[in-house]
Design a protein around this ligand. Structure first.
Ligand code: 9WO
Length: 240
């Protein structure tokens, strides 16, 4: 998996490359990450990437040209790297609250692509003409606004990376199924058996694994009903 990230803040991506599962997956060459700074595709002395919005209003909008030239550079580099780019599955994704929601199912689809270009907006957004012509999918990670697309892009990348074959150990890879059954996860406990007057549920101490599985399933269902009626509804529909 090759990630290309278009960002004014490439240093932020060290959060992925320097820690945890995503760091190990990079070391093991399960994916590669290349950042592209649109400032390097400007031609003026001030390296201008933004301008005032037509129609007025607060803030600034990212200009078409530096972003278009960045995307063109990514595409010509990927092409020169392999002669069979025609067979490569590639997508340009823009992270924004206007996108369709990121789900575990979407992360799984994306994990099957060869190339993902993530476009990270800043300021008040990006000139719509760039989005219309260059972006394949607009994806949201939730109904809130942050200061730019970088953190959302990293969340999407992390969700995808941990699905790449070999990214997780054997034990953990089965565990992923806890969300792909559409339910929230069950509670977890570790030693000691009692802490601050609170005991571990006895079923977990008895070693009856059929009983433990049944308990965990009930916990998942109860929590999903209580906390995420929307997910519970979707599971009911699936099973109909
Ligand atoms: C900023 C702003 C300021 C004043 C009035 C309205 C405003 N809207 C925005 C805005 O949406 N800024 C975005 C910041 C521009 C695109 C990149 N930014 C972004 C992406 N914020 N939040 C996301 C995001 C992406 C994916 N999922 C959730 C949120």
């Amino acid at each position: 998996m090759q990630f290309h990230v278009i960002t004014l803040f490439p240093e932020m991506f060290s959060a992925l490359t320097e820690s945890g599962v995503s760091r190990r997956a990079l070391q093991n060459a399960l994916y590669d990450l290349k950042t592209w700074n649109p400032r390097e595709f400007t031609h003026d002395r001030h390296k201008t990437v933004d301008d005032r919005p037509y129609g007025g209003g607060p803030g600034m909008v990212m200009m078409y040209q530096p972003l278009k030239d960045t995307i063109d550079a990514i595409q010509s580099q990927s092409q020169s790297q392999s002669q069979d780019v025609g067979d490569k599955k590639s997508k340009v994704i823009y992270l924004s609250p206007q996108g369709r929601p990121l789900t575990q199912a979407k992360a799984k689809q994306l994990s099957k692509l060869d190339n993902i270009t993530l476009l990270c907006g800043r300021y008040e957004g990006i000139d719509e003409r760039l989005l219309e012509t260059e972006v394949d999918e607009e994806i949201s990670i939730g109904d809130f606004v942050v200061s730019g697309g970088e953190l959302p892009a990293m969340m999407l990348m992390d969700a995808v990376i941990r699905l790449l074959p070999g990214a997780l150990g054997h034990n953990q890879s089965a565990e992923q199924d806890s969300f792909s059954d559409g339910l929230l996860d069950c509670p977890h406990y570790t030693r000691p058996e009692e802490v601050a007057g609170m005991k571990v549920p006895t079923v977990l101490l008895e070693g009856n694994h059929a009983k433990i599985d049944a308990w965990r399933q009930i916990q998942k269902e109860q929590r999903t009903q209580e906390r995420r009626p929307d997910l519970w509804q979707a599971v009911q529909v699936q099973e109909r």
